[in-house]
Ligand binder design. Structure first.
Ligand code: FMN
Length: 272
């Protein structure tokens, strides 16, 4: 523990001055209340182009971005994504879909006989999608536009498949809502991050003992006793209905990528 503190101190002394990019990364926080001001088409285009500048595996851009412009669809997503009304009030709603379908379709259309997409293809497509999404978030931030990820897009697989017309090898990796922040949102304190010493492990993964885990998480508990806070957090975030539903839904998305499942056009069943 002592050794870690010394290392942290050294890191602090050795810290480089901020650049405009790092300053923007440190300043960025989620925005959930918007002024209602419209994002101009030119700014929107710049954000989308910036997303596509992200690196991608083999430059395949294994993602498709669904730009949700239909207010009725936004309203529905505000409900299906765990009842979060601010989704419907966002000027720009983008769904970054991990897309293992389009190359498959291109190979097939060209008369090739590609193997079916597997779990590795999905993981790569997820990576591509999330890197592109974060580029969009950062580009928006540089334009004074706030954003918030909505993890709940991973819930309700069948409903979202139907709503967004997702074929079997496409998975919504991330939804991000964008809009200009209200002054209250701008002034809101950014939640603190864990110390680097807990997050960065040298050369090998180091499983953290109970006392270090407590040291890492305790600042989040504030005035509350650590165990009481952790129990409430676990109930709210990990044991909650939305979290269980997300895992169920993720299994459904995963099924076509796993060979031991069969897809009959609308349902996935485990092969005997
Ligand atoms: C994958 C992911 C899913 C998230 N889902 C939601 C969400 O459904 N609703 C929400 O209000 N915030 C959501 N957030 C925002 C986080 O709560 C937020 O990033 C975190 O508390 C840190 O706060 P900050 O972004 O303001 O620094 C999500 C963030 C990520 C990265």
């Amino acid at each position: 523990m002592e050794e870690r503190k010394l290392r942290d101190g050294k890191e602090a002394m050795e810290r480089e001055p901020h650049t405009p990019v790092t300053e923007s990364l440190f300043a960025r926080k989620s925005v959930r209340v918007f002024t209602g001001e419209t994002i101009s088409p030119a700014k929107k285009r710049l954000i989308l182009e910036a997303a596509c500048q992200a690196p991608s595996a083999g430059n395949q851009q294994l993602y498709t971005i669904i730009d949700v412009t239909d207010q009725a669809l936004k309203d529905t997503l505000a409900v299906t994504c765990d009842n979060q009304p601010f989704i419907a009030k966002a000027d720009m709603v983008l769904i970054f879909c991990a897309d293992a379908q389009k190359w498959q379709d291109a190979y097939t259309a060209a008369g090739l006989s590609p193997r079916k997409p597997g779990a590795g293809d999905l993981f790569l497509a997820m990576e591509d999608s999330l890197i592109a999404a974060q580029n969009a978030v950062t580009a928006a931030q540089s334009l004074g536009i706030g954003s918030c990820y909505i993890g709940d897009i991973l819930e309700n697989c069948s409903r979202h498949r139907e709503l967004l017309h997702l074929p079997e090898y496409v998975v919504p990796a991330a939804m991000v809502v964008f809009g200009y922040p209200t002054s209250q949102q701008e002034e809101r304190k950014k939640p603190r991050r864990a110390e680097l010493s807990h997050i960065v492990h040298e050369n090998q993964y180091r499983r953290m003992p109970a006392e270090e885990l407590e040291e890492m998480l305790k600042p989040q508990a504030g005035e509350r006793p650590y165990k009481e806070w952790l129990d409430a957090f676990c109930r709210r975030k990990y044991m909650s209905d939305f979290s269980v539903e997300m895992s169920r839904s993720a299994r459904e998305y995963l099924a076509p990528f796993l060979e031991d499942y069969r897809f009959d056009g609308c349902e996935f069943t485990e092969k005997e």
